[in-house]
Design a protein around this ligand. Structure first.
Ligand code: 5CA
Ligand code: ZN
Length: 421
């Protein structure tokens, strides 16, 4: 699938520091230690009600990861999916009386406009489910061939050998639980809300994930000679795309904390039995939830602030990006109008300072920004370092004629904000 245009990435003199990130599966901050090509998979949108500030926070966080890795000398191979086949998309299309494919197409275009406005570097591979169906079907068939699945009839009267719903048998996966480390009670508490079907009769384990859903009237379906007609479950989409486009284990699996369980736990479980290799990813990195009106911002609750709504009323997308960067990715926070006002004032000060003919030396600021970001993406600390240079430039001035341009290049390359007017 076509993605969006890349922002310009100026050179910053010297080398960035090696990136350290928090890994959910170890519950610790550790050096990423990637090879020359760092590999990252970030879970993409289900294309409806996009792009809200929670989505934007997630994609800006992993954009920052990519920028820091590039600055430290790595090439970045970045895969992102689009969940353009799944129940929530079909349900929204049915509710609104629109065609699901049209809804997806329109929302994907809006997401691209928002990502472009927010200066997010596009992924190397950007893949939807519809266009990736052969690889996804091959992954489900591979699991069936390994004998780790079982099939339930669509209704009790249909024999299972006429095609049915295929589940992964989690008892065949020794590593299950090693991403989230949640107790069974914790898993059961969220499973149904997060796309699972614990109540389905005859499942061997209530938590077994659906790999293939046999065709039902009114639902789109694809053909497989092994599985019959149907469509893939949610988690296998990301397993198949990561295995296909990165290979396992890859360096960083990203997404919001709402994906820790079941999505990333199941993605790894499926990959481990499919490939015979564990783990799925060396780091599982999770963006904390962004709230609005006192609750997690979510499509199902409808408490959304969309990037496009703010753009439509003339808000500078650089100010939106500065709001997002002003929060550490591992802290939950709530969107407010005051945060946007403060970010607009910050952007204005940065613009005035980088427009000066000279300023104080940029050298120590470059070093501070690099070390803040390498330390588990401390973007608030990086912004504070820029603020100190800006404050100095505006109040006391400086004699370095290269410094204003060097600071603008620094914020453009590492933070994705070009303050030049
Ligand atoms: N298509 C799946 C992933 S395979 C999905 O979760 N789509 S989504 O549209 O619901 O979310 C897209 C991304 O935004 C996911 O990484 C999700 O974890 C993240 N996200 C959703 N809501 C929030 C929020 N309130 N705060 C932070 N991140 C969020
Ligand atoms: Zn995913």
């Amino acid at each position: 699938m076509k993605s969006w245009p890349s922002p310009s990435l100026p050179d910053v003199p010297g080398d960035g520091a090696p990136l350290h990130l928090h890994d959910t599966s170890r519950n610790a901050v550790a050096p990423v230690d990637a090879g020359p090509v760092a590999t990252m998979y970030v879970c993409g949108v289900t294309p409806y009600d996009t792009t809200h500030m929670g989505h934007a926070a997630t994609y800006v966080t992993f954009d920052l990861v990519g920028r820091v890795l590039r600055d430290a000398g790595h090439e970045v191979r970045y895969v992102q999916n689009v969940t353009d086949v799944d129940d929530p998309l079909f349900e929204r299309a049915a509710r609104d009386g629109v065609d699901w494919e049209e809804l997806a197409t329109e929302q994907i275009a809006l997401f691209h406009e928002d990502m472009t406005a927010l200066s997010v570097i596009p992924p190397t591979v950007y893949a939807g489910v519809v266009e990736s169906m052969p690889e996804i079907i091959e992954a489900v068939e591979g699991l069936v061939a390994r004998g780790v699945t079982y099939t339930l009839p669509v209704d009790a009267g249909t024999p299972a050998d006429e095609g049915g719903d295929v589940y992964l048998d989690l008892s065949t996966v020794p590593s299950f639980g090693s991403v989230s480390h949640w107790s069974r009670a914790e898993m059961m508490a969220v499973f149904a809300d997060r796309g699972g079907d614990p109540e389905r009769p005859a499942k061997r384990d209530a938590l077994d994930p659906l790999l293939w859903r046999a065709h039902r009237d009114g639902e789109p379906a694809w053909d497989s000679s092994v599985l019959g007609s149907g469509r893939p479950g949610w988690h296998i989409e990301c397993t198949a795309l990561a295995v296909e486009h990165l290979g396992v284990p890859f360096d960083i699996q990203g997404g919001g904390t709402d994906l820790t369980f079941p999505h990333h736990e199941m993605s790894q479980a499926q990959s481990d039995v499919l490939t015979g290799t564990s783990p799925f990813a060396r780091f599982f990195v999770h963006q904390a939830m962004v709230a609005f009106d006192g609750e997690k911002m979510s499509k199902s609750k409808g408490n959304l602030v969309r990037v496009s709504q703010l753009r439509d009323v003339g808000v500078d997308p650089r100010a939106i990006r500065l709001v997002l960067l002003g929060q550490h990715y591992r802290s939950e926070w709530e969107w407010t109008a005051d945060l946007l006002d403060a970010a607009e004032a910050r952007l204005d000060a940065w613009t005035r300072a980088v427009s000066l003919p000279s300023g104080p030396s940029a050298e120590s600021t470059i070093a501070s920004v690099r070390s803040a970001l390498a330390d588990d993406l401390d973007s608030p600390d990086a912004l504070a370092a820029i603020d100190r240079w800006v404050d100095h430039a505006l109040t006391r001035g400086g004699s370095d004629a290269h410094a204003p341009g060097a600071i603008a290049d620094l914020t453009s390359a590492l933070l994705g904000v070009d303050p030049r007017a």
